[in-house]
Write a protein that binds this ligand. Structure first.
Ligand code: C2O
Ligand code: CU
Ligand code: CU
Length: 470
């Protein structure tokens, strides 16, 4: 009935065959947090690297003593890491071995439309193939890839279809930041299981996803040496916000976010991540004696909440040895690209029906997503300022644009001139009633790209729109 509005009903949650696994019964800090494997190219020609990645279901240990079927890129949960360099092309051939359609979006990347992995650009199930070409014409950035198939993305991502894409360049490499085994991608999310260990997916389910996963393990531990580590922390959750700190309240340095490094390191005791956002942090464990255990903690009332005894812990660090450390965190990290003068002003309003539950509607500027409708026409090469408002009283949202890295000029009327949002961003948090002013330049590619709330369930309820660069 809603097809005319372009909104099919979201896939209904799978009926749990067994009772829920009680998260309180899961023993914390018993599984080791793995570091996701770096994917090897199958061919290299000039400055182009070729990768192949079957999308398939495999079984993994996610909670101790259980086996969980997960949807994966290349059999890894979370997916593998692709390491790319600015100016060098990456070509990825995806083969969809699942029985549902997929679309692989490279989040934060400046790519041509036909490799963006938009919601309608589907890879057919049961063997469909698509080759994505990533030109990597942007500076270094903490990118990631995930499913984006219209109305299936929320469940596909929940069941595992995410991976990490670290784009580097000379600017970043010259700095001498912690590297190699001391540069660790960490994907955070939440999950819900039944008693057999199977993932339980329900649309809009923020009450029951109270098991916290780091790199695909429930509340794992991670052994570290008493030296500096760089962690690329990704919030890959469908709906959960994280607000992270160290359990002793000590400082760490935020050195970068979505679109790469900040101009200068930012000393802080906490960092907040809405779904889709990234924090690039350096933690110096040299201040702790060998034998120290400390926890990466989460503020339990970050959105959605959940029982504090469960969601206030993420993973445990164990300082097990000393190690030499020649890495540094320089006081100046990068120069942000100049902000050209903007010539177009727009406003965007995010709003959802808060009363009708997971099958309610969610809107951008009063409209639910219609993949055939162009909502915003942008002249190629224009620099624009978008004023984005969360018009809800209760529901948090965030705002993500494909194609561009933007700058956050203002939050709630306050200019952003330093701090965690003073860098290149592609996703920005909007708590109820908040407004941000963003600036972006639409250059490089013409075509149709989406912008949306990165709470996947909200996007699937309609909070997504098309922009066309012409
Ligand atoms: Cu990470 Cu359109 O999204
Ligand atoms: Cu994206
Ligand atoms: Cu939202």
């Amino acid at each position: 009935a809603l097809g005319g509005a372009g909104l099919l009903l979201p896939p209904s949650g799978q009926e749990a065959a067994a009772a829920d696994l009680d998260p309180a019964g899961i023993r914390k800090f018993t599984l080791r947090m793995p570091v996701p494997p770096v994917l090897r190219p199958y061919a290299v020609s000039g400055t182009t690297r070729y990768y192949a990645m079957p999308i398939k279901e495999v079984n993994k240990t996610v909670v101790p003593g259980r086996t969980t079927a997960v949807r994966t890129f290349n059999g890894s949960f979370p997916g593998p890491v692709i390491k790319a360099r600015s100016g060098e092309r990456v070509v990825v051939r995806q083969t969809n071995q699942l029985s549902v359609p997929t679309s692989v979006h490279l989040h934060g990347a400046h790519v041509p439309e036909d490799s963006d992995g938009g919601p309608m650009d589907l890879i057919a199930p049961n063997g469909g193939r698509k080759t994505y070409t990533y030109p990597n014409t942007q500076p270094h950035a903490n990118l990631w890839f995930h499913d984006h198939a219209h109305h299936a993305e929320s469940e596909n991502v929940f069941r595992g279809l995410t991976g990490t894409y670290l784009l580097t360049d000379d600017t970043e490499e010259r700095l001498g930041l912690p590297s190699g085994a001391y540069d660790v991608p960490v994907s955070l999310r939440d999950a819900r299981f039944d008693d057999s260990g199977a993932l339980v997916y329900e649309m809009g389910d923020f009450l029951h996803r109270n098991v916290i996963l780091a790199n695909g393990k429930a509340w794992p531990y991670f052994e570290v040496a008493a030296r500096k580590y760089r962690f690329r922390v990704y919030n890959t959750a469908n709906m959960r916000y994280f607000d992270l700190s160290l359990s002793d309240g000590s400082e760490f340095q935020l050195i970068g976010t979505d679109g790469g490094l900040l101009p200068a390191p930012y000393r802080t005791t906490s960092v907040a991540l809405s779904p889709g956002e990234r924090a690039d942090i350096v933690v110096d464990f040299s201040r702790y004696p060998v034998g120290t255990e400390l926890v990466l903690a989460n503020r339990p009332d970050a959105v959605p909440g959940g029982p504090a005894d469960l969601v206030s812990q993420v993973l445990q660090f164990r300082v097990t040895r000393t190690a030499a450390d020649s890495s540094v965190v320089p006081g100046v990290l990068r120069t942000l690209p100049e902000l050209p003068p903007a010539t177009v002003d727009r406003s965007v309003e995010l709003f959802m029906d808060e009363t009708s539950g997971p099958h309610g509607l969610a809107y951008i500027d009063g409209k639910v997503y219609d993949h055939d409708r162009i909502d915003t026409e942008i002249a190629y090469g224009t620099t624009e300022i978008w004023t984005v408002t969360n018009a809800n009283q209760i529901a948090p949202h965030n705002f993500h644009m494909h194609l561009v890295q933007f700058r956050v000029l203002e939050r709630n009327g306050q200019p952003v001139t330093s701090g965690p949002e003073y860098g290149l961003k592609d996703t920005v948090s909007l708590m109820p009633g908040e407004t941000v002013r963003l600036q972006a330049t639409f250059t490089g590619y013409r075509g149709t790209y989406v912008y949306h709330c990165h709470i996947f369930d909200h996007a699937a309820m309609g909070m997504m729109a098309n922009m066309r660069i012409v």
